[in-house]
Design a protein around this ligand. Structure first.
Ligand code: SF4
Length: 400
């Protein structure tokens, strides 16, 4: 019986590769429920009851790379390109800090020119200046997702961000299978992607003081359960602090349409299994419930939380830019205002037995322990801390 074997594996202190492959392939509802309950309980034990918000600011869709799956790759000339102004970026970060989000994520296509590097540096300096308060003494936490850069650039941005306790960088390697990686990143030239570079940059980021995050796509055409198992082992070998994984979804603007994509229901379950098994193997890391889960099912992110995710990334990009930042098709919440998004999401999270970690910077506990820091205290239930327009005075407001 599959569920009897599942229960037996979930009692083991360590999972073998064979066990991982078995758990990733679960489809019957009873076994999936056992996996979900084990992952949720492990998350509560290791990470507490809070889900951390990272306010996502998609600051530019200009990209010099050409990942074949991506809707905003360089060769897609049908996309209207944009870059938010410094004022818009800082305003979105300040809104996040004042609304109780402990951190923001600045994301954009990949650019390595000095103009862009200096622009990001200026934005980070301004964000830090505008968000330091008694509630956030180092300012709002910052996660960068700005592609492959040089070690010097990582150091410049780290210094500008001014928040060494809550400074993070996300760089997904997408798949640890070199053949699949080539299929996804076939472009030639200066910006050709190589798997070894992705691994190297994670080491560079750690040296520069960042909490490091990586991740993969689930359900890439041709990907096997063994590939996904190797991805999890790679997370372990890289000793990463944060993981962001999403289902592989086709993009009209990409060039892989001929390969098709998995049946949505199977893709959803595989993605959830991957989150759960990653939680069981990796322990106290931050795992994001990807917005792409919501593109398959309206409550996709909440189910991701039930399966062991503890981070969500509400979109703070101004509405006029959102349609231009579609890495995959059917991206959800294109028309929602940030205020709508935050309260809708808070209710959705509460419906799954978790609460929002208002004003928590939400550092990975794996990182905190590696660096001899205590766990961050969870806020009192039902209340959150906000700031008035001066950005300094702390007031208490009732959440929801
Ligand atoms: S995945 Fe990132 S680096 Fe690759 S084309 Fe899309 S935006 Fe550019």
């Amino acid at each position: 019986m599959t569920h009897a074997k599942t229960a037996e594996l979930l009692r083991k202190p360590e999972l073998s590769n064979e066990d991982i492959v078995f758990l990733l392939g679960l489809r019957d509802p009873e076994s999936c429920r056992l996996l979900q309950e084990a992952a949720f309980a492990r998350t509560t034990e290791l990470m507490g009851n809070c889900v951390y918000y990272r306010g996502l600011i998609e600051l530019s869709n200009i990209c010099t790379a050409s990942c074949r799956y991506c809707g905003i790759r360089r060769e897609n000339h049908d996309v209207k390109r944009y870059t938010m102004s410094k004022e818009e970026i800082v305003a979105a970060a300040v809104w996040a800090a004042r609304s109780g989000y402990g951190s923001v994520c600045l994301q954009a296509g990949e650019r390595r020119d000095e103009k862009f590097i200096a622009f990001i540096e200026e934005c980070l300096i301004e964000i830090h200046k505008a968000t330091v308060s008694s509630v956030l003494p180092q300012g709002v936490g910052v996660t960068l997702s700005l592609g492959e850069q040089t070690p010097e650039t990582y150091r410049r941005w780290a210094k500008a961000a001014g928040c060494p306790e809550s400074l993070r960088y996300l760089a997904r390697f997408e798949t640890s299978n070199p053949e699949l990686f080539k299929v996804l990143h076939g472009a030639r030239g200066d910006h050709e992607k190589q798997l070894e570079h992705r691994f190297r940059l994670l080491a560079d980021l750690r040296e520069a003081g960042y909490q490091t995050g990586t991740g993969v796509m689930i359900g890439i055409p041709g990907q096997t359960l063994e590939d996904l198992c190797r991805d999890i082992r790679t997370f372990q070998n890289l000793d990463v602090d944060m993981i962001g994984m999403g289902p592989y979804l086709m993009s009209e603007g990409g060039e892989l349409q001929d390969f098709g994509q998995m049946d949505p229901e199977a893709l959803m379950q595989l993605s959830l299994n991957m989150i759960a098994v990653t939680r069981l193997v990796m322990g106290p890391v931050n795992i994001a419930a990807a917005t792409a889960l919501q593109a398959i099912r309206d409550d996709g992110r909440e189910i991701g939380i039930e399966y062991g995710a503890n981070v969500v990334m509400p979109n703070l990009s101004p509405q006029q830019y959102r349609a231009g930042y579609q890495l995959y098709d059917n991206k959800p919440c294109l028309d929602d205002e940030p205020t709508q998004c935050a309260s809708c999401l808070e209710k959705r999270i509460a419906s799954r037995g978790r609460r929002v970690g208002w004003n928590m910077t939400g550092s990975s506990r794996r990182w905190l322990r590696r660096n001899g820091r205590p766990d961050e205290a969870e806020p009192a239930g039902g209340l959150r801390v906000g700031q008035n327009d001066a950005g300094r005075k702390t007031i208490w407001i009732r959440a929801g």
